[in-house]
Design a binder for this molecule. Sequence first.
Ligand SMILES: *[C@@H]1O[C@H](CO)[C@@H](O)[C@H](O)[C@H]1NC(C)=O
Ligand SMILES: *[C@@H]1O[C@H](CO)[C@@H](O)[C@H](O)[C@H]1NC(C)=O
Ligand SMILES: *[C@@H]1O[C@H](CO)[C@@H](O)[C@H](O)[C@H]1NC(C)=O
Ligand SMILES: *[C@@H]1O[C@H](CO)[C@@H](O)[C@H](O)[C@H]1NC(C)=O
Ligand SMILES: *[C@@H]1O[C@H](CO)[C@@H](O)[C@H](O)[C@H]1NC(C)=O
Ligand SMILES: *[C@@H]1O[C@H](CO)[C@@H](O)[C@H](O)[C@H]1NC(C)=O
Ligand SMILES: *[C@@H]1O[C@H](CO)[C@@H](O)[C@H](O)[C@H]1NC(C)=O
Length: 385
Amino acid sequence: MKNSSSRPTQSSMEIQIHCPAPATKLPRKVCAPEEVTLLLRILALLLLLLVVMSIATTSMDDERLRSWRFRPREDDDDSMAYQPPADLMHNMSDGELFQRAMDVSQLSRHRLGMVPKIAFMFLTKGALPLSPLWEKYFAGHSGLYSIYIHPRPSYHADNASSSVFYRRQIPSKVVNWGSLSLVDAERRLLANALLDLSNERFVLLSESCIPLFNFSFTYQHLMSSRYSFVDAFDEPGPAARGRYQPKLAPEINVTEWRKGAQWFEASRQVAVIVVNETHYYAKFDELRDVMYLQDEHYIPTILTIKAPHLIANRTLTWAYWTGGPHPETFGKDDVSDGFLRKINQEKNCSYNDQPSTVCYLFARKFAPSALEPLLKLAPTSLGFG
Ligand SMILES: *[C@@H]1O[C@H](CO)[C@@H](O)[C@H](O)[C@H]1NC(C)=O
Ligand SMILES: *[C@@H]1O[C@H](CO)[C@@H](O)[C@H](O)[C@H]1NC(C)=O
Ligand SMILES: *[C@@H]1O[C@H](CO)[C@@H](O)[C@H](O)[C@H]1NC(C)=O
Ligand SMILES: *[C@@H]1O[C@H](CO)[C@@H](O)[C@H](O)[C@H]1NC(C)=O
Ligand SMILES: *[C@@H]1O[C@H](CO)[C@@H](O)[C@H](O)[C@H]1NC(C)=O
Ligand SMILES: *[C@@H]1O[C@H](CO)[C@@H](O)[C@H](O)[C@H]1NC(C)=O
Ligand SMILES: *[C@@H]1O[C@H](CO)[C@@H](O)[C@H](O)[C@H]1NC(C)=O
């Protein structure tokens, strides 16, 4: 103590140099003492305010959380709102389901202690012929993923209780299977998955999709991504900007119009935006019969308007287009180690604003006949199984 006051350190010397206050009487004070007291008072006030605010929100949210976690579902309406349905085959309408998904999402701060999961959402026509490959992919990773299947309305998935797909079908409320109905089904998948607060990233897949990496790699890649992988681009010509419908104005200007592959990956924040969006949806709904392929435009367009800074503007799901209305389908004779490796060698992408050699984590379309070679190649070419 004595030592230090007699031999001022370099920093106190600097302070004295910067402060013209008399150094003899108050050698350690920073500038004028009344300024310091004022600063301290402001700081204390701010701290007090923060504590009061956090106590207020904690007691309110904790009340909700208790009811969500411990009370039986039948107790009252409020507790029901915060409990993920034990049985996915609930009977909620879109309105009820979306409202509950938004209510649950308000409790996001309670996710702090939870292990984040990836929700894999399968939008299918019917069965999942490649499910044995996915079973291998998910093996050993329970607790890090959840699965949701939305088949066409009449289909009922029936799987062994040992399967990761067992009782993971969600009820469809889609009536006419058209292009905006696909968006309806996607929003239902998202809303169902949002009911589980531990779901952090949301991947939309089809029955013809395959994984290109093992689960651990995929998990890391998605959890560490700053952006959601939603394809969104603007292009002249009939297949993109040409599909803009002038009746979308004034809500949507042609400069905001985007096209993109339907197969997306979204963070929780982006998923909430998509499920909560009603303004532009109403417009698309009104124009159901005069527009086509709305599923390739609705999500890219609304996210370009509402959250352009949150999307990577590219999809993680590779497909091979040759000019026709659908991408190529690959079967038994197409699949080889070289074929699978080439997918990520064709180009480089940007990942978290840095160049990356990984552009795709998934690929489509694969026919049921591709299952056998895929299962054989998985351990060497895909890194699992
Ligand atoms: C769902 O609603 C329909 C008609 O509203 C009813 O027939 C059916 O029993 C309900 N299912 C469940 C599981 O509540
Ligand atoms: C949904 O949107 C409304 C405004 O339209 C907003 O008040 C509400 O906070 C949003 N909900 C969530 C969970 O973001
Ligand atoms: C359930 O398993 C059968 C094979 O037993 C398969 O054909 C079907 O696609 C599976 N369904 C789902 C949804 O995984
Ligand atoms: C998963 O794949 C990554 C990248 O291909 C690899 O580095 C890692 O060793 C694999 N993990 C397991 C458990 O096989
Ligand atoms: C669309 O936006 C552009 C630029 O902001 C503007 O010049 C144009 O008039 C707008 N078009 C419509 C139809 O509102
Ligand atoms: C995606 O495109 C939007 C414009 O539509 C842009 O603002 C955003 O920065 C782009 N995202 C990335 C990661 O570059
Ligand atoms: C991608 O980047 C790597 C180096 O990071 C380079 O070796 C490779 O040639 C690039 N591939 C393409 C298709 O540009």
